[in-house]
Design a protein around this ligand. Sequence first.
Ligand code: CP3
Length: 339
Amino acid sequence: VTPARFLAACRRQPVDRPPVWIMRQAGRYLPEYRETRERAGSFLALCRSPELAAEVTLQPIRRFGFDAAIIFSDILLPLAPMGVSFAFPDEGGPRIERALRAPDQWRALHPPADEAGTAFVAEAIARVRAALSPETALIGFCGAPWTLASYLVEGGTSRDHTAVKAALLAQPEAFSRLLATLADAMATYLMQQVKAGAQAVQIFDSWAGSLGPADYARTVVPALRTLLERLEPAGVPRILYLGGSAHLLPHVADLPCEVIGVDWRTSLSGAAAATGKAVQGNFDPAYLLAPTGAVCRSATAMLADAPPLGYVANLGHGILPGTPLESVSAFIAAVRGTA
Ligand code: CP3
């Protein structure tokens, strides 16, 4: 076995085959996840129990032997010690209790005084690392400032992002300070995860593509730079996941990160050429709902477009709850060349 094939690919070092993991790999498509979530009582209770969060993090590794585990949590959890209240209802995604629409609400948001409010994540990471074999890497993560701001201002998942875009336009300076505050808090949070045993970090800017290139470059990229620079001393690969972002890639090419994650709307070869970085992605999660023969053919086409050096196979977004387990096996077999 190649030791931590995933970490080598992030650093654009040669590997015997592309490493593979799947965003939301611990989730409702897995029967063992549904069983543990039931036992925890709620999604938030599952996230906040180091024992159960570690257990569900390991479930997809046991079943599929992925090259990396990602700690089980959610991007909203580190906002709780900053004074934000939220809930995860069964349908429709997370809800922020009082959407942060006005600049004085943004100013009231402060990075937490200490790391106690997210200690459960550190403890879960330590448990997972102790249980994993050396060839499986452990990834820590956080939400990117823009994606977190979109949840805070919209109050939940949004299709059009009208409230957060209007806020950015109406109050550009206060909004930039909000992004800087989030960058500061997330840098501390990711350093806490690395200290606990995370060997790589992923920053999820799922809603990056909702902004045009000029606004992204002017307003969002400076906050990402602050966050990524703060992580430099950690010495771990930094993965920046950008949803729907083909038009943004020239503007992130000089950010201090090792890997760019893209979805199916962006080609892997294009992302590698535009950024000079390792790339991760980009299989359409909806394609896993097709018959396994079609999954295999489409995964082979994805691999043919991947750069020879610096490639991590993944989906382009989180796996869908109704995904058949056979589709996941077919996808992994195609990457491993055992299909
Ligand atoms: O990848 C993993 O396996 C690690 C766990 C993880 C979760 N959320 C667990 C989760 C990660 C990395 C996230 C990140 C996250 N959370 C993002 C960024 C990635 C993305 O999907 O764009 C975002 C935007 C969120 C916010 C969020 N949390 C949404 C929109 C939802 C609802 C979606 C859904 O499937 O219901 C959640 C809930 C959530 N986070 C679930 C899981 C497993 C489902 C909760 C359940 O068990 O019912």
